[in-house]
Each structure stands twice: as C-alpha cells, then as structure tokens.
Design a protein around this ligand. Structure first.
Ligand code: MF3
Ligand code: CO
Length: 260
C-alpha cells in the first residue's frame, strides 16, 4: 500500500533528508587513498548522532553498519571493513538517517585519486541517469516512466541495469511501496500523486547485469567483477510539485573541482 503523506509529514522528511545529505558531505571530506572504510563508517555514525539523528541502516534486518560501502565491483550493501581505499578505486556510500521518525536515503559514488576515464564516465552517466529519472517523475505520470528513462539512458551507452534491487517508497519506514525499478515500460506502474515520497537509485554496471550475493547474505557484487555505480536521491511530491529532498551540494562543497 502506498502511504500518502501530509505536507506536515513532508516537512519531517525534509529534515531527515537534510541530515543524510550533510552526512554524505562529511564523509566526502575523508575519502582518499589510505583511508579504511571502517573509518568512514565511524565518521558517519558520530556525525549522525551529533546532529540529532539515528543511523537507520545500523541493525536494519541485521545490517551491521551505518554505511553501505560499494567498492569497485560491489553493487550495493557492502560492509565497512579494514579495507584501505586505493588510488583508482570507486566507492559508493549509501546511507539512511532517521530524524523524528522519518527516514532520508541517499547515495553517491566517489572516485579515489585517479580513476580510469571509462569508469569516471560510468559514474557521470549513472549520475545523469538519476537526473533523467527525476525529470521523468511528474505528478500524473507513472513509476514506469521513471524506470524507462533510467534504463533507456543507460542501455544506449552500453551499460546494463541491475534488476534484482530497486528504488522504493520511503517515510516512517526506510522501504515503503511503491517499488521503483530502474528498468521498465512507460505508462506502467502506479500513478505519481501528491503525498508520495520515493527513492530513485540507479545501480548501473559496466559489464553484464548479473550479480551475486556474498556469503554474508548482504554484499552484492557484479558477477563479472566489472565496476558498478550507484546514485540516489529521495524525492517528494506535494503542493502539485516535485521536490528533491536530498542534495549533493554538500558533497560538491567538500570535493571542489574533484566533484563530477
Ligand atoms: N539505499 C539502500 C536501500 O534502499 C539502503 C540500505 S540500508 C541497509 O536498500 F540497511 F538495508 F543496508
Ligand atoms: Co534506497
């Protein structure tokens, strides 16, 4: 069931989304060769607590950390570890913060040092596919319009779209209806209405779309071990308009001319 939110509840969503955006901005400052992903997790957890939030991933379905860490061929849901980031890596940081009972969800894939131009292009194109998905998300249109916009943009460029995981509704729960797949047909799926709040999160592979889930039951990697990129925004619809509740502005501020 899609739970439609009141404008009052949307104000709560905006507060949670502000914190998740600022958290990614804080993490961005620390991303460099030589830093462990455990260190990033500690920074995020403390930042969220210091700013009146709760790290919603920690303990969610047994997930053991604040951040989902997605290095190179990891698609989603990787654990922080003593792995040290290396020059040439890409690392997706996906997290959810809860404030006042509402959840904000966002993800950004960062470059560590000098990255292969083709991988850099994968990141730029995946980020642009998120923008295309957002652009297609209009009141009165359907979820499939978003899905199709993302899929078309990515497949035209020779990438593949992960199908097993999707975007989702969000609110008092991290995952609510509807599902927001990154592939599909225009004019299909639920109609987008005032009161909806959704996460659009393309997970795009350089090689084949096939994935494998690790023995920890969470870590999702590409089967061919080619790189995968992931970007996510939380989007709300109210007052007959689309509102992007999360922002990459804090990341841009942290990265300066290294921002893509
Ligand atoms: N953005 C991710 C998702 O929607 C956040 C997952 S948090 C976890 O799946 F706890 F489930 F890992
Ligand atoms: Co999400």
């Amino acid at each position: 069931m899609i739970y439609l939110k009141t404008p009052e509840e949307m104000r709560g969503m905006q507060v949670a989304c502000d914190l998740v955006s600022r958290t990614l901005g804080e993490v961005a400052r620390w991303i460099a060769p030589g830093v462990t992903t455990n260190k990033l997790d500690t920074i995020a957890r403390e930042f969220i607590h210091d700013n009146g939030g709760r790290p919603a991933c920690l303990g969610y379905g047994g997930f053991p950390a604040t951040l989902c860490i997605e290095v190179n061929d990891t698609v989603v849901h990787g654990f922080p570890s003593n792995y040290t980031l290396r020059d040439g890596d890409i690392v997706g940081i996906d997290t959810v913060t809860e404030v006042g009972g509402f959840n904000g969800d966002s993800c950004y894939t960062f470059m560590v040092g000098d990255v292969d131009p083709k991988v850099r292009q994968l990141l730029a194109d995946t980020k642009e596919s998120l923008c295309r998905g957002i652009e297609a998300a209009r009141i009165g249109r359907r979820i499939g319009d978003i899905s199709n916009a993302v899929q078309t943009y990515c497949e035209k460029r020779g990438y593949s779209v992960v199908r097993e995981m999707t975007g989702h509704g969000i609110g008092r729960r991290m995952h609510e209806d509807p599902e927001v797949p990154n592939y599909g047909r225009r004019g299909t799926g639920p109609v987008i209405r005032n009161g909806m709040c959704i996460c659009i999160e393309p997970m795009i592979n350089m090689g084949s779309r096939n994935i494998v889930i690790g023995r920890d039951g969470w870590t999702c990697q590409t089967k061919d071990h080619k790189p995968s990129a992931h970007f996510e925004h939380t989007i709300a619809f109210y007052d007959d308009e689309r509102h992007i509740l999360t922002t990459f502005d804090y990341i841009q501020e942290a990265l300066g001319d290294r921002f893509i």
